[in-house]
Design a protein around this ligand. Sequence first.
Ligand code: NAD
Length: 497
Amino acid sequence: MKGKNLIKGQWTDVTTGQFLESRNPANWDEVLGKVPRSNGQDVHQAVSAAREAFPAWRRLSRIKRAEYLDAFVQLVKRDHEDLSRLMAKEVGKSINEARADVTEGIHMIQHEFGLGRMPFGDVVASEIEEKDSFIRRKPKGVVAAITPWNFPFAVPLWLIGPSLLEGNTVVFKPSEESPLVGQRIVEYFQQAGLPPGVLNLVHGTGEETGKPLVRHPDVDVVVFTGSYEVGSEIKEVCAKDYKKMAVCEMGGKNGVIIFEDADLRIAVNASILSAFKTSGQRCTSASRLIVHEQIIDAFEQEFIKLTRCLNIGEPLSEKTFMGPLINEAGRIKVESYNDLAVKEGGKVLLEGGRPKGKIYEKGFFVYPFVYRMEHNSQNRVLREEVFGPHVSIIPFRTVEDAIRIYNDTPYGLSLAVITEDYRKARVIREECEYGLGYVNLPTIGAEVHLPFGGVKKSGTGIPSASGLVDAVTHKTAWTINYAREIKMAQGLKTEIE
Ligand code: NAD
């Protein structure tokens, strides 16, 4: 597959003439395709095209804008399986997870299509009976959407869908680790007949393409999903521009809190799904299992027993639970945190390591690494995002302990509590810091009609998915006077003396 940039409705090669390869993380020898390696000049062309297309797009009926989204969904549904297989190959997710990613993207766009015929503002009362007041949302302008590799279909659509429906135009930069899925998204919009310039695509690296996109003076909003390190740089750059807003969804150090009354089967299953789906490479993956001391031994035994049985292998196999990590850098990072856990005093329960055998030779596979550790605020392994199958089991004694331990990280994205006691669940709901909370469920598995966002290092407070409307529109107040004279609120006199 050879990707191209899409600028003003035209598939174009890059000014540099250089390309990036997309490879299969389960078999690094397999090159799946290549895409342009764009630079600032390409970015400039894409932003200019988006700016030019903006006035006509924002004036188009909201319902007509929504109809393009419906056309997109029909095309994706037709190719659901094919797209899922491409994703499994490109990012190493198990095929079941890749299918769910495509389904989630479809749901996002269906949700936005539905909103096409829904109100996009409010009618509010005035103190003066002859006045009507409205709160109306207006699009911001040109949106730069910069996305990570781990949800290469759903996450871009969380950002692109609401942006387009609300009347913005978009420049999309997919991750260099998943450019082919990114390419397919834009191809479907193109086939759906989206007018030229409304959605533009620039492939490339963060350094050469993402950076100039964030800094381009004609970009109004940067909607970013990815690591805290990159997100914080983006926030800093945008803060210096009087009109540019940065909305960043970033990493997590998520936790499952398991009380002594928990149903052990739910506790173990929820923990395994939280820790090892997508090989622990979800922003909502839990790397901390915070378990009541009364049941920790029993929990640990069952958790380890089941974890040993997980199928690790070829993403396209229906039996695979865990595929490879995305690349060698990701594997080295996980291994270095495994070593650090030992240095910081963790009692190792599962040693991790690289699986042996022919099918694993050319991929970035790792076994789960699990350890028990007393909580200690100084331990980096209990505070930093690892992004792999690396899990601590941390004992606690009281509800207050559980809350303190859970909150003791700079992140605040996803939390699960496993208990049969609704009072305990309520205290956790009120006292813990998170964006997504679950009871008797894993920390993963969000749905698009719910806001998706975190607090602290995890987010900027404006969520993605259905919550993105707050990032890509601004609310305006519009007041009309029907009286034959001017009447003011707050008893303000209108006589001119
Ligand atoms: P990343 O931050 O390395 O890259 C994300 C995107 O930013 C890529 O497209 C990359 O090319 C681009 N980029 C890199 N440097 C840039 C720069 N200086 N300026 C502009 N753009 C730049 O993240 P990743 O490895 O692709 O994804 C993993 C991270 O994403 C994890 O931290 C994970 O928790 C997070 N994530 C968060 C959410 C969420 O909703 N909170 C969802 C998925 C992933």
